[in-house]
Design a protein around this ligand. Structure first.
Ligand code: NAD
Length: 514
């Protein structure tokens, strides 16, 4: 096993050590839970140790955060935006090292590792502008000399529970917007990627310290999801849970938070399809399908999992796509010439092969059978070749999200509404796309009878959304929205105000009470 070059330099640049406490109240670092190794899927090497948090550690964080909230909620929103602007700059300074650590700890290609940090910077920029645009509406009262308007106030403590596949961006999407909203944030990252979380928390702590602000505005607890997650979801002091992860756990969270009538943002699993009609530019479509299916080794919530192709162009498209598949370079993701790195761990690899068995059992045909890659260049046991399967319909296994590079090719022969119905015929509703140069087809795809997903694109693939508008999906994807547009409203509470300057008591609806 060849050690990862630059590992020491990356750890040093991010103030990480060979052993790291995994809990921070903003001021001090500790961790009285189990110590774990953070292992790189690149080669199975231990990157560093992390002392995870315990329920007792969790209890230490909350009172400090409540105190910090009392200060932060009264800081004017544009001034809160200024702190987020400084965070964006601190991230620019660390972009190279943080992007590399994302790649080392999670396994995505270095281009995508840097891209993820860029997304953090972008959301900070968006949040700075948003901090001056927390608009509430006003309207005319039915009563003379009265005024009515709506305003938005901070919520309090926001719990951010994130998935392994976007180890840093999901935190930033939530944190940047929650901060300008006046909230304070407690982050529980996925257990596979604790070091990137510790690095991010350290970067933001230095910004808070420089500004003399209470450091518990942002806290971190690493550890087991079932143990710490249950504490967070049950705790009425945590006003909003923003959860990104599998639908299975999302349902549990929704139930637990719902029981106490708390708020949630749920960003759950996807099962995203691209429709390719006879009017499509096939090369454009095939390139987008390839990036969508094998980018991040098929481990994005927006990964293209199904491609539904019109009968008359099916064979030509399938041949073209298979040629593209043959050119995919797989290997160490730090090497920029590799398009695909390893899966996150051996469980993910096993899940892929279990799904392949089910595909074959249910009547699917494998056009590209996945293989485990072995040998020195692939140590760590997490490298596979991407899979391509031909299926007749949305088979039971096709309706599931297999979080791996497994793409289903489906043939359709009906009209545009028939193919839209196939596309919509799965429980998830995150991202979707149509490739066509026919205006009628694309408009129908975007209409009320069209795609039922939160994201619907034309001649743009399913993965790689921009932050300017709201991000999220429908049905079993959970209905949450993050990032741009009016997603900020989920991080605040709405208040309707009526002000009487008439000097008289005038009741609404003309009611007399004398
Ligand atoms: P996961 O559901 O296994 O874990 C996600 C987070 O939940 C982790 O931090 C985990 O520790 C925590 N957790 C586990 N049990 C918990 C509990 N009982 N209560 C509270 N938290 C608990 O997901 P994963 O494997 O890390 O990520 C992959 C999944 O995330 C895929 O389904 C993917 O589609 C989804 N995802 C969705 C989006 C989106 O925006 N829709 C983005 C990224 C990932």
């Amino acid at each position: 096993m060849k050690p990862i070059e630059e590992l020491d330099a990356v750890l040093k640049a991010l103030n990480l050590n060979s052993e790291n406490p995994g809990v921070s109240d903003g001021e001090s670092w500790f961790g009285t839970g189990k110590t774990i190794d953070s292992i790189s899927p690149i080669n199975g090497q231990v990157i560093a140790k992390v002392m995870q948090g315990s329920p007792e550690d969790y209890e230490r964080l909350i009172p400090k955060m409540e105190e910090a909230f009392c200060v932060w909620r009264s800081v004017p929103a544009p001034k809160r935006g200024e702190i987020v602007r400084q965070l964006g700059h601190a991230l620019r300074d660390k972009k190279d090292a943080l992007g590399k650590l994302v790649t080392i700890e999670m396994g995505k290609s270095i281009q995508e590792g840097w891209g993820e940090v860029q997304e953090m910077i972008d959301i900070c920029d968006l949040a700075v502008g948003q901090s001056r645009m927390l608009y509430g509406v006003q309207t005319h009262s039915e009563r003379p000399n009265h005024r009515m308007y709506e305003q938005w106030h901070p919520l309090g403590i926001v719990g951010i529970i994130s998935a392994f596949n976007f180890p840093v961006a999901v935190w930033a999407w939530n944190l940047a917007i929650a901060l300008i909203a006046g909230d304070v944030c407690l982050w529980k990252p996925a257990s596979a990627v604790p070091l990137t979380a510790i690095a991010c928390q350290k970067i933001f702590e230095s910004v808070l310290k420089m500004n003399g602000l209470p450091s518990a505005i942002s806290t971190l607890i690493t550890g087991k999801g079932s143990e710490l997650g249950d504490l967070l979801t049950e705790d009425p002091r945590v006003k909003l849970i923003s959860y990104t992860g599998s639908t299975h756990i999302g349902k549990r969270i929704s139930e637990r938070v719902g029981k106490r009538l708390g708020k949630t943002i749920l960003e759950l699993g996807g099962n995203n399809a691209i429709i390719v009609t006879a009017k499509a530019d096939l090369k454009l479509a095939a390139k987008n399908v390839l990036f969508g299916a094998i980018g991040t080794a098929g481990q994005r919530c927006t990964t293209t999992r199904r491609v539904i192709v019109e009968d008359s162009i099916y064979d030509e498209f399938s041949d073209l796509l298979q040629k593209y598949y043959d050119k995919v370079t797989i290997g160490n993701p730090i090497n920029e010439s590799n398009l695909m790195g390893p899966l996150v761990d051996s469980t993910a690899v096993n899940n892929l092969f279990t799904a392949i068995e089910a595909v074959e059992k249910q009547g699917g045909r494998l056009l590209k059978k996945p293989e485990r890659l072995e040998g020195d260049a692939y140590s760590g046991d997490c490298y596979v070749t991407p899979a391509l399967a031909e299926v007749d319909d949305n088979l039971p296994i096709v309706c599931e999200e297999t979080f791996a590079p497994l793409l289903y090719l489906i043939r359709y022969s009906g009209g545009i509404q028939e193919v839209i119905d196939i596309q919509n015929g799965v429980p998830q509703g995150l991202s979707s796309a149509i490739f066509t140069n026919d205006l009628r087809e694309s408009e129908q795809f975007l209409s009320a009878t069209g795609s039922d997903c939160g994201i619907a694109n034309v001649n743009v693939g399913t993965s790689g959304a921009e932050i300017g508008l709201a991000f999220g999906g429908e049905k079993e994807t959970g209905g949450g929205r993050e990032s741009g547009s009016d997603a900020w409203k989920a991080y605040m509470r709405r208040q309707t105000n009526t002000i009487n300057w008439s000097g008289e008591t005038i009741l609404a609806q003309g009611i007399e009470f004398d």
